[in-house]
Every structure is written in structure tokens, then in C-alpha cells.
Ligand binder design. Sequence first.
Ligand SMILES: Nc1ncnc2c1ncn2[C@@H]1O[C@H](COP(=O)(O)OP(=O)(O)OP(=O)(O)O)[C@@H](O)[C@H]1O
Length: 670
Amino acid sequence: LPSTDTMLTCAKGSTINNCPSDLKESKRATEAIYPTLKLPMKLQFFPVGTSIFLLLPILPLIIGDLNSDRQALLDFASAVPHSRKLNWNYNLSVCSSWVGISCNDDGTRVIGIHLPGVGLSGPIPANTIGKLDALRLLSLRSNHLNGNLPSDIPSIPSLQSLYLQHNNFSGKIPSSLSSQINVFDFSFNSFSGNIPPIINNLPRLTVLSLQFNSFSGTIPKLNLPRLKLLNLSYNMFSGSIPYSIRKFPISSFVGNSFLCGPPLTDCSTSSPPSPSPIVPGKQNAGHKKLGTGAIIAIAIGGSSFIFLLVLVVLFFCLKKKDSGGSNLLKGKTATGGRSEKPEDFGSGVQEAEKNKLVFFEGCSYNFDLEDLLRASAEVLGKGFYGTAYKAILDEGVMVVVKRLREVGVGKREFEQQMEVVGRAGQHPNVVPLRAYYYSKDEKLIVCDYIPAGSLFARLHGNRGIGRTPLDWDSRLKVSLGTAKGIAHIHSEGGVKFTHGNIKSSNVLLTQDHNACISDFGLTPLINFLATMSRGPGYHAPEVIENRKVTQKSDVYSFGVLLLEMLTGKVPLKSSRHDDAVDLPRWVRSVVREEWTAEVFDLELMRYQNIEEEMVQMLQIALSCVTKELDMRPTMNEVVRMIEEIRQSESDNRPSSKDSKSKASNVGTLP
Ligand SMILES: Nc1ncnc2c1ncn2[C@@H]1O[C@H](COP(=O)(O)OP(=O)(O)OP(=O)(O)O)[C@@H](O)[C@H]1O
């Protein structure tokens, strides 16, 4: 270290040129890290300051900040080649613009690196990622990284989730691990050595995935109370499976020839582990030489094995060719979903066109098509736009992938429409859209998974015992939310932009009944006849007669949706629902006969003092389903009218006795 005097000389100087040359670098670094702190200039007045100044250059090492995080990331990016552009530019904001980086709430530290499938290759040097001492999640899966994992990475004190699967890392698991780790995925690499006993020092560990590596030795006694998922399959473990992990399924252990004990075969019946006779080496120096017979037997066995292997590989290659590339997502029908045959999605994706998922602006996800195709998935259902799949990506991110069929436009038109759709899709009542994909044979749309199901399912599903009806307050909330979502789509997309497919299965609900509208803006992309073939339940008369889709035809469909919520009836001629009717016509006829109270869903009759609100909602619905489109309100007007229901009600909430007379007023409406 330079002498205190030299330090002071430098500290007193107002410009960097006053520093002796050996200190210029350190002063520069200090000022880069603390651009607003002029601490060194003030230190001259306080003797104690000298020692603080001495500490300054190493302070970032002790207490990291965003600048040190940025530098560590830049060091990583410059040392590790990557084929995908990361936008890690010094002039851009680390927290909002750098691909794959997430920060804490106040934007002062990097807490997540999420770079799956970005073409990272080669080894990771020490002192890069390992310096990010606030990091909680590191996902580098599905890259081409190799070499040893630097020991400073898994020992980052705050690290909770480590996803390194599908790379080519080798060497041992580092001996120092953060005690915060709860997900440890090293699968599909070339790691070797034992499972270090230190793994027992991870009390929070819930996932330990080490499958498809070259780990060997006996499995240590694992004392991990929170462990939910364990996979040690396809390694070279030997000996008996410890009691503490025998509860895990057989799939957790298969592929380890010398491993025994439940759930695999009993140790007494399986052959004891023995050194490999095939590759005699140093370890076998003390063992008996093999006889000629044994060598011939091994040779015959070996060549049969290779022959079989070639056959299996050939079989899979042919199968792959057959299905157009099928290590793709296999759906399983969701519980309660339609019982159709699961399909592969992405089966038409050309190899050359992979990784061209286009993310909508503001989307912080960073996965690629291959991640989607590899993710575990289930079929949610089949609509007329195509099949919807729920896909769970590695970090637990759930998305819905819609595989569009009957797309009747070219790539440019598709992309232009997606631009508008992306712009219109940013609203709390619109399902967040994340990405799309277009190729000759495959068109996909990716959006968030909304957990509590659709309005259709809540209104008409599970009519049996244990059903919880959707109460009136929730229906009111859903009506307003949906109206706001559609109004937003109309105003953001421009006058010609329509939703085009408003119906209760396209209104998705969050746990607290916040409504999100989905599947909008797709009508212009889809073959119109395919659209119409689904029945006229929600379609305005002009859509059926003249194929005239406008924002006013959306208003009509929304009116039908309101009637569906008020009556509990399905607005379709459906063989599967007995109470499916042409709702606007039926409601009008009942109201005309002044039996308005009869239209309401019996399930709503148990709630007190809601008739006035229901009647007001019925008025709004009927104004939306007016045959003359010019007489229909705009969606903004509909929002205002629904908002007024509660405002007027909060002043003067009527008793249920008034309902009969109020209900009869509906008959005077258009
Ligand atoms: N983002 C999502 N989150 C949760 N469930 C969804 C999501 N998108 C669709 N679903 C559900 O998946 C099922 C199939 O949806 P899909 O949109 O493909 O068909 P649909 O709504 O029945 O018809 P259409 O194609 O006309 O919109 C429906 O039950 C729908 O409610």
C-alpha cells in the first residue's frame, strides 16, 4: 500500500492529475464507484479519514453495489462467448435493459441472472459471477458451458436457486455451498466425484437434480428435511441407498448399475459393486488378469450392445423424422379440460427457425422456443383458434402457449397485427402477452397463465355437490374488469381494432376475481369461415349476416356475456348444455312479458338486496345487444355505466321488496 502521506497528497488534490501515478488507478476506480461521493477531498480535515480512504478502493469488495455488480457481469460477458445479444451495454440500465438480469425492488443490487439457451460457451472464470454477492437466482441452463464450476459461484451467500442443467460442466461439486440454496440442478452435465457430505448443510434444499452425470461413490446419508425432488439417476453411484431417501421413487435412482436397496432391488439379491473389468487400469493393477474366454465373451457382449445401440438410435431417428421433430412438448389433458387426444405442439417448427421467439415489449422473461418445447405441459383445451397448452418452465414460470391454426395471413401481416396486439395488451384486465412465433408451419402465441380458470368454468362448470356459485359482487367485479379490458383494447388498438372473440371462456379470473380478457386481435389472422363455424352464440347479427366485425360488434358480444352472468345460461346452441339458448332473444321475450325477475340466475337469488343492481346491469346488457349497431354504447360508456351501478347503490341500496316494480321498468328499454 502507498504511504499515508502519499494518500493524503492525492486526497487533497482537486483533480486526478495531482495523484502520484501509482494511485491514479485506484482513485479513478473509487470515483467511478462512488461518483457522487467526494469523500477523499474532505478527508484531509480528519485524521481518522485517512484510514477510511485507505479502505475505499476495497470497500466495494466488502459491501457490493450496483456498480460492482455491473462490472462483474461485464467481466463475465467479455470472458464467456455467447451467441445471443444480451444488450449488456454500459450506457443502458442494468436492471431494466440488460437481458436476463433482475434486481431488487430499489434497483440497487442484481439478484437474478436468467440466461437459459443464449449460446454461452466455454468455461466461466472465477471472480465474475461469483462476485455478485446479492445474487439469489442463477440460471445458465441449456448452454454450452464447460470446465469446472468456479467455487465462488455456489458459495455466494445469498444464492437460493442454481440451474446449470444441460451444459457440459465437469469436475466436482465445489466444497463450499451457500446455506441458502433450495434448488440445486446440475443435471445433464459431466460432473464427477462424490456427492460431498456438505450437501447436508443445506437445510432449505427442496430440489436436488444430479441425473445424467458421472457422479460415483456411495450416496452419503442425506438429512434434508425439506427435500421434495431428488434425482440421482444415470450416474455411477454404488452401494446401498441410504434409508433417509428410500421414500423417493425408483426413477430417482435408475441407471446406476451398482446401486441397490429399496426402491431398487434388494442389496442381497443384486451383484456387489466391483471395479470395472472392461477398462483395466491402475485401480485394477492388483486384480487377477482376465482369461481369454472372458475377453471373448466381453467382446461379443460389447459388439451386441453396440449393435443394439445403433438399432435404438436408428429407431429414434426414424421416429423423429416421422413426427417432424418430436422431442417436443407432449401435452397431457388437464383435469377438467376437454378430453381430446394430446398433441405435440411445435411439431412443424423447422430446426433452422428455432430460437426466433419474438418477445413483446416490456417482457422480462428470457426463454426460447426450445425451452417451451422441453417444458412440462398439459393441454388446457381446444378453441377455434387452436389448442392452448399450459407450460411450466424450469424456474416455475407458468405460461400458456396457443398454437394457432387456420392462420390465413403471411408473416408480415402476422407481425404487424402482433405489434398492435402487443401494444393493446398492457392493462391489468388484459392477459399479459409475452411472445409470439411465426414460421411456415407453426404459429404460436405465449401469454401468462391465469390460475383461477375461466368465467365459463366458474359459471357453468361443476354444477354438482360442492359447487361454490359466483356471488353477485364477484360478477359485478368481473363485468367491470372485462369491460375495462375491452375498452382499453379498443382505445389502444385504434378504431378498427377489435377483440373479435369475446366470450366467457376468454375471460380468465385471478384468485381474487380480477378479470383478464384474452385471445384478442386474432380474428383478422384467422380464416373467417373457421371463425364462423363455431356458432353464433356471441356474434352480433351483422357479423353473421355481413361478416362486419367492428368495435360495436364487440359491444354486442360483451352484452351477451353480461346476460350470461345475469342468467347463468350458456349463450350457445350447444348439445352439451341443456340450458343453452339464444340469450338476447330469450331475455327480450321474458322482459317483454314483464317477467323480468324470471331471467336472473337462481344461484343469485340467495343474496339480499341485489335486485336493483341486477336490473341496472340487465339494462346495460340489453343496450349492448341492440340490433342496430349505432344504438349500442361504446365500451367506454359501458364502463362508466357499470361503475355507476355501485355508486348509485352505495347511496341508496334498496330492499328486495322493491324488485318487482323496478324489474318491470326494463321493458321500456331498446
Ligand atoms: N392464459 C390462460 N390462463 C389460463 N387458462 C387459459 C388461458 N388461456 C386459455 N385458457 C383456457 O384454456 C382453454 C382453451 O382456451 P382457448 O382460448 O384455446 O379456447 P377457447 O377459449 O375455448 O376458444 P377460442 O379459441 O375461441 O378462444 C379454455 O378453457 C381457456 O379458458
